[in-house]
Design a protein around this ligand. Structure first.
Ligand SMILES: Cc1ncc(C[n+]2csc(CCOP(=O)(O)OP(=O)(O)O)c2C)c(N)n1
Length: 372
């Protein structure tokens, strides 16, 4: 295993001066070290990380992007139509979740695990798979220099357990509301709503708090819970729809929030659990300032927007808006960290989650007849 310090030192020696990305647990170590520097800017999605890096390169600063292979979809467009089309060389570290074998990882990593190398080959981006020794990193960085001389990017693919983690002291604020208590409190108000919960710990927490067939637990497709919720809300105006988002995921595709505000489905409630961090991948910060989710939602057209910081505030606010038309945004400030909830896949496969949700959510022939 290569020390995270060795990786960062090697990048310093080669004069890299700007870093951005969206974390993956395989890259926890480098992210923990980079977070201490002001040359690192956490990005809301991998495409923006890549375009920021290109902006740095265009003005003379060598730049690095770090991402999970699930984020390849987010960065393919700027990689191909910006950095390749305009010959701007970048260095990328992309983790290899779901590789070499899909069975070793969660099911939502299977397709990208099998496809990452093929995608890079198809678009002709030079790449190499990092081995567990320091010499492998040195060799790949040398290859990256060769590509750079021709204004081409290089991707270092990072399999599991090749770069070590770096332990930072857990920054748990005991006075902050825990994710567990926040999810348990909001779950009391879900009633018969159809619920989309975002990827990572939040879906796991909801599963642990109140598993039921009306919950669609997302794992993967980060940032798309609001898209799912909006699509359902517009097509099932007779049902209440809840989206339980994370701040990192909501920011990743903020356009979904803007669209929900514009379309104004009355039956939609959008929760954003804001811990200022990507907790599911190791607690890296999502941004340096406080995001005013409620103001953002109101500006976008949501009918109500509110921030809650305690369980009594959650109950009082959800009772208040229960019969008011939405869309509603409820930002809940929570602390990061906490106990690790059970995996949904310990009880249900993804296709079971989908099938039982559809049984609850699809109008029966009798309903359709009644309505017609
Ligand atoms: C496109 C994409 N990039 C990165 C990841 C890795 N990832 C999984 S969960 C997660 C953090 C989600 O953060 P947030 O929505 O704030 O929820 P939290 O983990 O804090 O509960 C990340 C970065 C991913 N699944 N997909």
């Amino acid at each position: 295993m290569i020390d995270a310090e060795f990786v960062c030192d090697a990048l310093d020696r080669r004069d890299f001066g700007f870093f951005s990305g969206v974390p993956c647990s395989f890259l926890k170590g480098p992210f923990a070290l980079l977070e201490k520097r002001d040359t690192y800017v956490p990005a809301p999605n991998e495409g923006i990380a890549l375009s920021m890096a290109a902006g740095a390169e265009l003005t003379g600063t060598r730049a690095v992007v770090l991402a999970q292979n699930s984020g390849l979809g987010n960065l393919l467009d700027p990689l191909t139509s910006l950095t390749m089309a305009y010959e701007i060389p970048l260095l990328l570290f992309i983790s290899l979740r779901g590789w070499p074998s899909a069975e070793d990882d969660e099911p939502h990593h299977a397709a990208m695990g099998a496809g990452t190398i093929g995608v890079l080959e198809a678009i002709d981006v030079a790449h190499g798979i990092l081995g567990p020794d320091e010499s492998s990193l040195t060799e790949l960085l040398d290859l990256a220099e060769t590509e750079r001389r021709q204004n081409r990017s290089f991707v270092i693919l990072v399999p599991a357990k090749t770069i070590g983690t770096y332990q930072t002291p857990p920054a748990v604020d005991r006075n902050e509301l825990s994710r567990k208590d926040a999810v348990a409190a909001l779950a009391e108000h879900l009633g018969d709503a159809l619920v989309y919960s975002t990827t990572g710990m939040i879906s796991r927490e909801l599963f642990g708090a109140s598993d039921n067939p009306r919950n669609f637990y997302m794992q993967g497709s980060m940032g798309h819970a609001i898209g799912l919720g909006l699509g359902t809300a517009l097509n099932r105006p007779d049902r209440r729809i809840a989206v339980v988002d994370g701040d990192g995921a909501a920011a990743m595709h903020l356009g979904g929030l803007a669209l929900a505000g514009e379309r104004q489905p009355e039956n939609l409630t959008h929760f954003v659990l804001d811990n200022g961090s990507y907790d599911s991948t190791g607690g890296q910060r999502t941004r340096d300032s406080v995001m005013q989710w409620a103001d953002l939602a109101l500006a976008a057209g949501y009918r109500t927007g509110q921030t809650c910081r305690t369980v009594p505030e959650i109950h009082a606010h959800l009772e208040k808006i229960a019969d008011l038309p939405g869309p509603h945004l409820v930002a809940i400030h929570i602390g990061k960290g906490g106990a690790t909830p059970p995996r949904v896949t310990s009880a249900h496969t993804n296709s079971q989650v989908r099938a039982r949700f559809q049984r609850e959510a699809t109008p029966s022939a009798a309903d359709t007849g009644r309505r017609g």
